[in-house]
Structure formats: C-alpha cells, structure tokens
Design a binder for this molecule. Structure first.
Ligand code: PEP
Ligand code: MG
Length: 591
C-alpha cells in the first residue's frame, strides 16, 4: 500500500531504494519440556555453529574497515561461543531438566552474566558480561529462526529504517550502500542527524511510525529536503523523487564552484566559514568543501569509536593529524563531551532521570572520576599544539568557577610538560562553548576571562526552551529564530566584542540559511557547521550586504514577537534557496 509519512528533514538529498529494517527482533520464547534431549543439543550446536560463522564474517569485515584492534571485540565473542565450560553447562541443563535449548541457554548465560556483573568494580569483568549478553542474543536468534540486523553487513543499496539510530550505529553506515535513513524518533540536532549531514546521507527523523509502516523489502522514496517518505511509491511518484534528487545534485554542483572562493559579502566583509568534525577522517570533507577553519572538533567520537579509553599517544596522533591537515588554519578542539546521547561502552555512568541535565561533559571532566581522563586529554592537546593553530574550548560551562577550574588544570598540565622539556605552543586560545543559558546571560563576565566564545545552539535552544533535542514531540520548540534565542545570541556577541574577543557559533543554527542573514547582521565572527553546508552558506553570504543584514537583525530583535514573524521578515530581505526553505516549512508544520 502506498503510504506518505512526514517527519523532520534532517539531511538533504533524495533516494529511492529498498527498506532495510534495523529493528531488534522479538527474542521471547516459551519454556517447553522435551523428550529428545539429544535433538535439543543438536539444535544448540547448530545455532552455535551458525553464530560462529556469522561472527567470523563480521569480524573480517570490521578488521578491513575499522582495523585489527577494533575487530578484537569479535574475537572475544567467538571465544564465548567456544567456551567448553559454559556450553557444557547449557547441555547439562537440557539433559537434567528436559527443557528446550532456548530456556537452558537463557538460564545458564544469565547466571554467568549475573556473576560477572556482581564484580562491579572490575571493568574487564563488566566487558565479559556484555560479551556474553551479545553472543546470547545472536545464538537465541538462530534458535528462534529470526535474524539480527547488522548495519555493518549491508552490501546492497538500501534505505535504513530504525526506531532510533545511535551515533555508533550511524558511524557504521556505509554510504556506498546506505542511500538514506528514516527513523521514528529524534530531532534535527540529535547526533545521528548531525552525522548524517556530515556523511551526506539523506535522512528523515521523527516520523513516529516508519518502523510500523515499512516492512523489509518495501520500496521507499525519501526526500530529506522536505521530510517526506513514501512507502511503496507508484512509478510516477518514484520518478518524481528521482527528478527532485537530480535537481538537488544540479544545485550542489553550482555551489561546488565556490570551493576555492573567499567568503565575502556583496559589500566586501569577510566572515569565517568553519567546519564541524568528529574524527580526523572528516578532513577530506573539510577540504572538499573549502572550509577556512575547524570550528568544532567533537573529540568524544575518539572515545566512542574505541573499545577502551584512548591513550595520551592515541589522542596526540589524532589531534596532530587534524592540526597538520589544516596547516596554519585555526582548529577549535572541544574537550570531551560525554553523556547525554553520547555514551561510552567502557565507562559506566550512573543511571539518571535526565541525562541531558545531568552528569556530562565538563561536569565529568572536573569530577574525581574524570580527573585523569581530562588531564590526559589536555596533555595530548598541549603536545599536539606545536603542529598547527590550536584553540581549545570547554563544553557545557555553566559557571565561571567551572571555567576557572578547567583553565587551572590546563595551566597545570602545561607547566608540567614545559618542566619535562616538552615543547608547547604559547599562543593556544582557550575559550568556552555557550550552550547553557546561564553562561549566555553572564557573557559579559565570562568575556573578561576567556579568549573566545562558540555558541552551541543545539543545546542552548533545548535548555532555553526546556525541550529535549531528541524528542520529536517537542521538536516544534527547536526555534532558532525565536526572539528569545536571538536576544541571548546578541548578548553573547556584544559581550565578546566589548572585551575585544571573537564570537563564533558551532551549533546547527550556524549553517541554517534563514539564521545566517540574522547572525551576519548581529556581527557573529565565525560560522562553524557540517562541512556539507559551507558552500551553500558561502553562496548566500556573497549575495548579501552587511548593512542590509544589520538592519534586518535590528528589526527582528526590536519588532518581532515570534519565530514565525522573524521568518517572514527574513523572507522580505533574502530569497533563501528552495531546499532550505522547504526544510523549515516542514519543521514549522509540525506544530
Ligand atoms: C551544541 O550543543 O550546539 C553543540 C555544538 O554541541 P553538541 O551538538 O555536540 O552537543
Ligand atoms: Mg552541546
């Protein structure tokens, strides 16, 4: 049946392909009594053998795409599968209790998991428990005759359909095969959406019901610009989507001509267009899109992509690669922002009711648990500083005391390194992200002590509006042009300038084509965005003058009461390219 679903346009582009459901299957079962225990043991052996074969394949693929070290986790899984003691106990359980393999598998593995988890101060034992849990799922799926989805094994063109995608699921998507993804939940600034934009995979999030509407093998037509998905489109609809895809490609080719052009307005003012990155691998996109700097390096991905804490040397190599890759262009590295939707498999954080309001980012770095991690990161950064133009910023700063404490640790590590005879740059700027309203309001005080501000609107908007950025039900409150947000931003920019400091923005708003004219008018110095948004922004800026934009911003701040009024006002001053306007309309329509 043809079905049209509307969601939040999260990453531009259009695709038509078969659906691949990344949905966990139902692994529930009944405990049955069995007479023929030998047959039941044979079922178990078959499931173990099938699981091993599958894991070998996954392991080989991971070794090729991610490297030997990353593939080792699968060796641990394979070892669990061939553990004679555990398997012997499962078989014994079948014989003693005359019950099916499913319940014996669960009984025995639960016992092992419980035992390892009880040793809760031992990370190695915690990992063993996680390995057994993972492997049990796979064996159970084989016993039940259902398959576990595995995004890393996709080898044909598909559109991934999921309830939600974690940043690590998203990182595994191979854009040669994954033509788009569509999810039930999420918002435009959830990290999977941000990653989709940097991977240039069209994406729609927050459809609420794609997983219940699309079945494996259905054809999907996805338009990441309008936020629309059609399940099983007619031939005409599929052709229409393909045509929209071609129009978008033509538009992109136009923008690409500006790769080596300067970012200057029609009246000759230069703005810095920078890129947000998550790993050194993103440098390719940074160069291909003509970025003038890196305005946000989200270092937590270094931690998330690894099976243990990255060492000081691992980090040093990554930071050095990015700094050298950028030559003398500025690179703003953000210290780790763990927590919220960014979890580390090897760091057990306390369960919290509100992780986005909880123990995360700098709060972890400044606590006893994070002290070592944070100092290791600072040392790696300081050592790398001689290889380029490094700037460091701290995430989630709420108070001046937090900034002072972090800066003190930075100075201590710097002094230690200098005393050890290690060369360290003397010109590292140290700034903060403005993403908590308290810091935005108190920007005049912060401006006296920091070297720069980078406004993190993804969080600043969620905290100002009290609307979870991951929750599609309140996504209408993601209102970058709401006058309240504009006032906070203006306050931050003015505070920086009053102290002779610069103010940038690294939240998604910086690349939003309706926001850019307003931000230019307010005097923002640096705009940092997904690399793929840079050229369209350069193209837009070239058409505008700073005098007109200053007038626009002043009017928006003085005369507008609502986000919609601001949007209307921007339209009077600027003809925004069709793609982005459509995306915004989709968002407002959700109200
Ligand atoms: C932000 O909050 O705007 C930001 C850039 O950081 P992140 O999206 O990683 O939270
Ligand atoms: Mg943030």
């Amino acid at each position: 049946m043809v079905e049209l679903l509307k969601g939040i346009a999260a990453s531009d582009g259009v695709a038509v392909a078969k659906a691949y459901l990344l949905v966990q299957p139902d692994l529930s079962f009944k405990q049955n009594n069995v007479e023929d225990t030998a047959a039941e043991e044979k079922r178990l052996d078959d499931a173990l053998a099938a699981s091993s074969a599958e894991l070998e394949k996954i392991r080989d693929k991971a070794a090729k795409s991610l490297g030997e070290e990353e593939a080792q986790v699968f060796d641990a899984h394979l070892m669990v599968l061939s553990d004679p003691e555990m398997i012997g106990q499962i078989k014994q359980h079948i014989q003693d209790n005359k019950v099916n393999a499913e319940s014996s598998l669960k009984e025995v593995t639960d016992m092992y998991i419980g035992m390892f988890e009880a040793m809760d101060d031992n990370a190695y034992m915690q990992e063993r428990a996680a390995d057994i849990r993972d492997v049990t799922k796979r064996v159970m799926a084989h016993l039940l005759g259902v398959s576990l989805p595995d995004p890393s094994m996709i080898d044909e063109e598909v559109i991934v359909v999921a309830h939600d995608l974690t940043p690590s699921d998203t990182a595994q998507l191979d854009k040669n095969f994954v033509k788009a993804f569509v999810t039930d939940i999420g918002g435009r600034t959830s990290h999977s959406a941000i990653m989709a934009r940097s991977l240039e995979i069209p994406a729609i999030v927050g459809t609420k019901e794609i997983t219940s509407k699309a079945k494996e093998g259905d054809v999907l037509a996805v338009n990441g610009i309008t936020g629309e998905t059609i399940v099983n489109p007619t031939d005409e609809q599929a052709a229409e989507y393909k045509k929209a895809g071609e129009a978008y490609a033509t538009q992109k080719a136009e923008w690409e001509k500006l790769k080596d052009a300067e970012t200057v307005t029609a009246d000759g003012k230069h703005f810095e267009l920078a890129a947000n990155i998550g790993t050194p691998k993103d440098l390719e996109g940074v160069h291909n899109n003509g970025a003038e700097a890196i305005g946000l390096y989200r270092t937590e991905f270094l931690y998330m992509d690894s099976s243990d804490f990255p060492t000081e040397d691992d980090q040093f190599e990554a930071y050095k690669a990015v700094l050298e890759g950028m030559g003398d262009k500025p690179v703003v590295v953000r210290t780790m922002d763990i927590g919220g939707d960014k979890e580390l498999p090897y760091l057990t954080l306390p369960h919290e009711m509100n992780p986005f309001l909880g123990y995360r980012a700098l709060r972890i770095s400044l606590s006893e648990l994070g002290d070592d991690m944070f100092r290791t990161q600072l040392r790696a950064l300081l050592r790398a500083s001689v290889h380029g133009n490094l700037r460091i910023m701290f995430p989630m700063v709420a108070t001046l005391k937090e900034f002072r404490a972090a800066k003190k640790m930075f100075n201590e590590e710097k002094e230690k390194l200098v005393n050890e005879g290690v060369k360290v740059s003397d010109t590292i700027q140290v700034g903060i992200m403005i993403e908590i309203p308290a810091a935005a309001v108190l920007a005049d005080k912060f401006a006296k002590e920091v070297d720069f501000f980078s406004i993190g609107t993804n969080d600043l908007i969620q905290y100002t509006m009290a609307a979870d950025r991951m929750n599609e039900r309140v996504s209408y409150l993601y209102q970058p042009y709401n006058p309240s947000i504009l006032r906070l931003i203006k306050n931050v920019i003015d505070a920086a300038h009053a102290e002779g400091k610069w103010a940038g923005m690294c939240g998604e708003m910086a690349g939003d084509q309706t926001a850019v004219p307003l931000l230019m008018g307010m005097g923002l110095d640096e705009f940092s965005m997904s690399a793929t948004s840079i050229l369209r922004t350069r193209s837009l800026m070239k058409r505008l003058t700073t005098t007109d934009m200053a007038e626009l911003a002043e009017k928006a701040l003085k005369e507008c009461d609502t986000m919609e009024e601001v949007e209307e006002l921007v339209k009077e001053y600027v003809t925004v390219s069709y793609t982005h306007l459509r995306a915004h309309e989709t968002r407002s329509n959700l109200v």
